[in-house]
Design a protein around this ligand. Structure first.
Ligand code: PEP
Ligand code: MG
Length: 856
């Protein structure tokens, strides 16, 4: 390579005439106009440090439009910029995008270094220091600015010989000597950094972190404070918080005779606080250490944030070069926000806003029980905490299909790329063979609160044959169940024993503040006492949906259920139901007790009956035996119950109309449990919900019978109680006829799973097969079973709520489909004036926080 494309670039730059040079740069002073949207977060943050009177070296900010103009061939007047710093200054150039998470090109230090400067420095700092600094500048300039092959400039002898070799290599590759003119050096650095930002890889990386397509870059040019020379000289970073736990703790490193972030990357750095493990800055320079701690406190108080400070000490003089928000885990982020609010530095509303609702899910993840057995098959980097169990999938498509089937899965990839995001959204955890803490999988995993292990390099992944071989030879195939422990970095065979997640005091405090701010209720979908307890612990305001059929799937109940299904006469059916009654009564009693006066909304039996029958010949034989009937009869009856379209068949209220004894039994169990609970002194107002309604008459028929059961229980027990009857709006017709349906209903709850299925005519059990293609082709913007289709299904929600309320102004309106926990759906329901959303218990905290964000 004689001359790179870069040489042409320099010529292009040289062609710019002096009078064409841009003069748009801003010296950062307390009163200068510096805006995050224009100059980026770093420039704004440096101005704040200047305003706080911290010893920040002179700094100049270049705005995003200027940087963009530089990228497209114009140039700023670099001599004028350098004049700000005085003739002999060296400068650094750092990226300043609008959001620090969007990254940016590498910082370049010591711009302006040349032979004259080198000679001078030999006198002031000695030969070794002068050689070392010049060499490092040549290296970073060659690699990052001239974009020469890094191999030629790495691993050189750090002394004079290495310097000569680097200068020689530069000249040979570029056909010209290393540039001596500081203004030219600065122009080249600015041009190279501004163009690096526009590169495709950089663009994809930042977009994966949420940057918009048009995200722009500002740059800051700062006078170097040398960490070299006489007296105490060096550099370091300090922060005042543990980034994992959020506890207050001084952390960081200091390295004598160093610059930039050397203390973090090179050997020989010392601790900051007095430490048993070795020497510390506090020992070496107690006053400087105390001053740093004071500055940290000033930053915390005035910048209202936990900052990491980059500092340099030059002959005992402290300079603050930069301060960035401390990188933190979700747990630490929450703790920091709560502590800042408690110290009166930010408001409680600010604290609530600082925690992303989706980040809470990380804190809610179960952990692998450390006491349980652990069959580890690989170890990698613990990239995102929490544990998850699921079936292995090797592609994002398989992950999405698995999610559509409602099966948790672990996405196993060599490494992930931006096109895997949808698959990661669908997976319960991610395991990659390659990558480190900042690889795509790790960054996105943490962002999504998804347990993640990266860099499990002893695995052999064969995605073509869809198998995974562990170091000990064990082979895993797609569909095999594994557990990943993102907290320790270990992947385990099978479903490991789990511990429930820990919610600390800060977590509860933040959500209490959120509750004070939000204006929509959050309930939970809970079918069992265990679910109800979780819902309660997570602060649900009640149960919004208890799917009672789940209660019948336990072995002892299933037999009675089947007897009921096979009953020949209403009398036989009543006898079987009589046996189910006490079981149901106990279930409901437990729910009422756990929820302790909070509303409990029980949905009457919903699925088609044949779901309770065995599907194999063997199962049918067992059933025949249990029922003491001939196999042929059992088989015939089971076949007679089969339907071509069971989800559109004899289910929900249709069963309630045709076989009313089932609902009678359920209503009796609910009311008797109510009486028992009331007698124990706890208040209960049960809510009963009718599923799959499409006509007013259905509600009338069911209501008449339930009222009769309530009256009978009142008479028999002598206890008076109230109940509320409501309707699930799950068919488009129920939404359209909500006006008349509401005549008989105290509340309407939109079951958006079925409503989505029926609005689209899309099977919720089978749509996974083609959903990926549909989303890729842009037919649907998203899978409507995951993200509420506000245009179509949403219109039915609005229409149903409005028509229902026109009939009954005090009608309670809610949503209880899976969409209920999504922040986007909550926003929609809140705008539509819904009273509450109901979602799975683990999503309740996220929903409480998301609802508070919406109200702010
Ligand atoms: C619904 O259809 O949205 C609903 C909540 O009921 P299920 O998912 O039990 O059909
Ligand atoms: Mg439903």
């Amino acid at each position: 390579m004689a001359r790179s494309g870069y040489a042409a670039l320099i010529q292009e730059g040289a062609a710019v005439q002096k009078h064409d040079l841009l003069t748009d740069f801003t010296h950062i002073t307390p009163t200068a106009h510096i805006a995050t949207s224009l100059h980026g977060w770093r420039a704004k943050c440096l101005q704040r440090l200047v305003r706080l009177d911290l010893p920040v070296p002179q700094t100049v900010a270049l705005s995003a439009p200027t940087v963009r103009a530089i990228a497209s061939g114009q140039m700023v007047d670099c001599r004028a910029i350098l004049q700000v710093f005085g003739a002999a200054a060296l400068v650094s150039v750092r990226p300043s995008p609008e959001n620090p998470d969007w990254g940016g090109p590498a910082t370049i230090l010591n711009v302006g270094f040349n032979s004259a400067r080198h000679r001078l420095m030999v006198h002031t700092h000695g030969q070794a220091a002068a050689d070392m600094l010049f060499l490092r500048f040549v290296q970073s300039y060659a690699i990052h600015v001239a974009r020469l092959d890094p191999d030629m400039f790495e691993g050189l002898d750090p002394g004079a010989e290495g310097l000569r070799e680097a200068l020689r290599a530069y000249q040979q590759e570029m056909d010209e000597p290393f540039p001596e003119d500081p203004a030219q050096q600065l122009a080249d650095v600015l041009r190279s950094m501004s163009r690096a930002w526009e590169g495709t890889t950089a663009r994809l990386l930042r977009q994966a972190k949420g940057a918009p397509a048009e995200a722009a870059l500002g740059l800051v040019v700062q006078q170097m404070a040398q960490g070299l020379g006489q007296g105490i000289s060096g550099s370091g970073v300090i922060q005042f918080i543990n980034p994992v736990t959020g506890d207050r703790q001084v952390k960081g490193r200091y390295l004598g005779q160093s610059q930039g972030r050397d203390a973090l990357t090179q050997g020989g750095a010392i601790y900051l606080t007095r430490d048993k493990r070795g020497p510390s800055l506090e020992d070496l320079a107690p006053d400087l250490f105390a001053e740093l701690v004071r500055q940290g406190e000033v930053c915390r108080q005035r910048l209202r944030e936990e900052m990491q400070i980059e500092f340099t000490i030059e002959d005992g003089q402290l300079a603050v070069l930069d301060a960035v928000k401390v990188q933190r885990s979700s747990r630490a982020g929450l703790k920091i926000a709560v502590a800042l609010a408690r110290d009166g530095i930010i408001s409680t509303a600010d604290a609530v806003l600082r925690v992303e609702p989706r980040a809470l899910s990380e804190l809610l993840h179960p952990q692998v029980d450390p006491q349980g057995p652990r069959d580890v098959f690989t170890r990698g980097i613990a990239a995102s905490p929490g544990a998850a169990t699921g079936r292995i999938v090797f592609s994002s498509q398989a992950a999405q299909a698995s999610a559509a089937r409602g099966e948790p899965c672990i996405l196993v990839r060599r490494e992930t790329a931006p096109e895997d995001i949808r698959g990661m959204h669908s997976a319960s955890g991610v395991l990659t063979e390659r990558g480190g803490m900042t690889s795509h999988a790790a960054v996105i995993g943490r962002g999504l609160g998804l347990p993640c292990i990266v860099g499990a390099s002893d695995l052999r992944l064969d995605s073509k044959d869809r198998k995974l071989t562990a170091r000990d030879g064990r082979v895993f195939r797609e569909g095999d169940i594994i557990t990943i422990d993102g907290t320790t970095g270990e992947a385990l065979v099978g479903a490991a024993e789990m511990l429930p997640p820990a919610q600390d005091e800060a977590f509860r405090q933040l959500l209490t503040w959120a509750d004070e701010l939000r204006d929509i209720g959050i309930r939970a979908n809970a079918d069992t006492p265990a679910d109800a307890q979780t819902a309660r612990d997570f602060g649900a305001a009640g149960i919004g949906l208890c799917r009672t059929e789940h209660m019948f799937f336990e072995e002892d109940r299933l037999v009675v259920m089947r007897e009921m299904i096979f009953a020949d006469t209403p009398k036989d059916r009543a006898a079987a139901l009589e046996r189910l009654l006490p079981i149901q009564r106990k279930d409901f009693g437990q729910l009422f007790e756990i929820m302790h006066g909070l509303p409990v909304c029980i949905r009457l039996f919903d699925p088609p009956l044949h779901e309770f029958l065995p599907h194999t010949r063997e199962g049918l034989r067992d059933l025949a035996e249990a029922l003491a009937r001939p196999l042929s009869e059992v088989t015939r009856r089971a076949e007679a119950l089969a339907e071509f379209n069971p989800m559109l068949g004899m289910r929900g209220v249709r069963l309630g109309v045709v076989l009313p004894e089932i609902y009678d039994m359920q209503a009796r169990a609910i009311f008797e449990a109510t009486v028992e609970t009331v007698r124990k002194g706890a208040p209960v107002v049960p809510e009963i919900m009718i599923p799959l309604v499409s006509a007013r008459r259905e509600v009338e028929l069911v209501k008449t019978r339930i009222d009769a059961v309530a009256a009978a229980v009142r008479t028999k027990t002598g206890v008076s109680f109230d109940y509320r009857l409501g309707v699930m709006v799950e068919t488009p017709r129920a939404a359209l006829r909500a006006g008349e349906i509401a005549q008989h209903a105290a509340f309407l709850s939109f079951g958006t799973n079925d409503l989505t299925q029926m609005t689209y005519g899309l099977s919720r059990d089978d749509a996974g097969r083609f959903m990926n293609t549909y989303v890729q082709e842009g037919v649907f913007p998203e899978d409507p079973f995951h993200i509420l289709d506000v245009e179509g299904v949403g219109e039915l929600l609005l229409m149903g709520a409005e028509r229902g309320r026109r009939t009954r102004s005090d009608l309670t309106v809610s949503i209880c489909g899976e969409h209920g926990g999504n922040p986007e759906s909550i926003a929609f329901c809140r705008r539509a004036g819904f009273d509450y959303v109901s979602c799975s218990p683990y999503r309740v905290p996220q929903a409480r926080l998301a609802a508070a964000h919406l109200a702010l």
